[in-house]
Design a protein around this ligand. Structure first.
Ligand SMILES: Cc1cc2nc3c(=O)[nH]c(=O)nc-3n(C[C@H](O)[C@H](O)[C@H](O)COP(=O)(O)OP(=O)(O)OC[C@H]3O[C@@H](n4cnc5c(N)ncnc54)[C@H](O)[C@@H]3O)c2cc1C
Length: 434
């Protein structure tokens, strides 16, 4: 069976789901591709208890006629209108592990990932990303009775603390690196958004026994191979806390590799978009966290906006565009609240690992000129994660930013780099059974 899409949406988080449903409802033939086994992205991943609105979106996705390709990762866009995907889950016959997807229009809804910052001991077992721990708990990691410290920056800390506490973890402390005054604009923006306010109150209530410490950060994780305790710092005070898990994330880094590969214009680290989420490349829109970190509601709104615009419904899109402008105030306040304290740059020592794939330590990077120089001379960012973890750290530590992307944007089998042997053929069994 041969399939081509009028619209291809990459990423099945809230933004991609909303884009695909909206465009399908407008009559486009839509393909939705995502590298997870099920749709939902970061927040609605399987194992999560879905709120009513999420269930509605999932139901609409099942009913709307979008062709869903779950467990497939786009690793290359060799030319306008063509994307190459590799199967990342499930076994398949050799010919079914790489696919060529053809499209007239494209919406990038690739989300964001956590930023990790190196400090002594951060690579010990049981030190993990805040969202990472949350995902593992949803996936079945037993957390009841375990002592957890959540640290870093941003509202994700409170969300994760609440989720693990609801599953029986003992959350000892939530350590926010920002001072309270830096958080105030975000608090004000939250106050005027009843949904977010209610969510925040609910999360805080779930961890009402735990201390929430601003201007507080982890300076070391201690243990032999597994975490035993952490050293926290607040002002001049340092103290040791025994714990089983440290969930640590310093806000989010947008996934912009595909946008960079396509040549989309960027604004700082984000994809630059116009009023209707259009990028600088004709026929390519971008929605959700690659355009700015603003939470699930804004991702949904941007997805709908991009879906309408890609379907040519500019008049309907205008109303959503006005709502989005209002939502961008929250994005700005969140960005300001999560501004990283420069003191975090001195958390690591020369011996602290920065790139864990290639075992590159901080000392080896100090005299490098830029990201490219560091890659060439130390192999930093050249391992399996392709700089997705250390890139966020070196951007903050040294101000290095990758301003272009090279194919493959994700590691792919050498045999797949030229694309599939039979082009444009998507077999029916590649699709997710709803
Ligand atoms: C634990 C946790 C709790 C949260 N709690 C809240 C909350 O309470 N309130 C709130 O507003 N926000 C919350 N968030 C943030 C929320 O998850 C995000 O705002 C939202 O998911 C963003 O949606 P998105 O569609 O832009 O991106 P995502 O949800 O990240 O979806 C992007 C999808 O694209 C896929 N993808 C990326 N690149 C490719 C590729 N090359 N090929 C195929 N697929 C690809 C990714 O795997 C992912 O599935 C939380 C996040 C986490 C992690």
């Amino acid at each position: 069976m041969t399939e081509e899409f009028e619209l291809l949406v990459i990423g099945a988080g809230p933004a991609g789901i909303a884009a695909a449903v909206t465009a399908s409802d407008c009559g486009l033939r839509v393909g939705l591709v995502d590298d997870n086994p099920a749709a939902g992205g970061q927040i609605w991943r399987s194992g999560a208890r879905l709120p009513g609105s999420a269930q509605q979106w999932m139901g609409r996705l099942s009913d709307c006629g979008t062709v869903r390709l779950q467990g497939w990762r786009i690793f290359d866009c060799p030319e306008q209108g063509v994307a190459h995907a590799e199967r990342v889950s499930g076994a398949g016959a050799q010919d079914d592990t790489v696919a060529e997807l053809r499209y007239d229009k494209l919406i990038l809804a690739t989300g964001a990932r956590e930023r990790f910052l190196p400090f002594p001991g951060w690579t010990l077992a049981n030190v993990m990303g805040a969202g990472g721990l949350d995902a593992m708990v949803r996936g079945g990691l037993p957390i009841a009775g375990k002592r957890v410290v959540v640290a870093g920056t941003g509202p994700l800390l409170l969300a994760v603390a609440a989720h693990v506490a609801e599953r029986g973890a003992q959350v000892i402390a939530i350590c926010e690196q920002a001072p309270a005054r830096q958080m105030m604009p975000l608090v004000m923006q939250t106050m005027v958004r009843p949904g977010k306010l209610w969510q925040g109150v609910r999360y805080r209530w779930a961890v009402r026994q735990s201390s929430y410490l601003t201007t507080c950060r982890p300076v070391a994780a201690l243990g032999d191979e597994v975490l035993r305790s952490i050293v926290l710092r607040r002002g001049d005070r340092r103290w040791v806390v025994d714990c089983d898990y440290l969930a640590c994330g310093f806000h989010l880094v947008p996934n912009t590799e595909l946008a960079l590969l396509l040549g989309c214009r960027m604004e700082d680290e984000f994809v630059s978009t116009g009023e209707f989420m259009e990028t600088s490349i004709p026929g390519v829109w971008c929605a959700g966290e690659p355009t700015g970190i603003g939470g699930v509601e804004l991702s949904l709104l941007e997805g709908q906006l991009a879906g309408q615009a890609a379907s040519g419904r500019t008049r309907d899109a205008r109303k959503l565009a006005a709502w989005r402008r209002e939502g961008l105030r929250f994005v700005q306040a969140l960005r300001e609240a999560c501004r990283l304290d420069p003191q975090l740059k001195s958390a690591g020592t020369d011996d602290t690992i920065v790139c864990r794939c290639e075992d590159v330590r901080l000392g080896a990077l100090r005299n490098r000129a830029n990201w490219r120089d560091a890659k060439l001379h130390t192999r930093c960012g050249m391992g399996p994660c392709q700089g997705r973890i250390c890139g966020g750290a070196t951007e903050f530590l040294f101000g290095w930013r990758a301003d272009s992307a090279h194919t493959p944007v994700f590691p792919a089998l050498v045999g797949h780099l030229a694309g599939p042997r039979t082009a444009i053929t998507i077999h029916r069994d590649l699709k997710e059974t709803p």
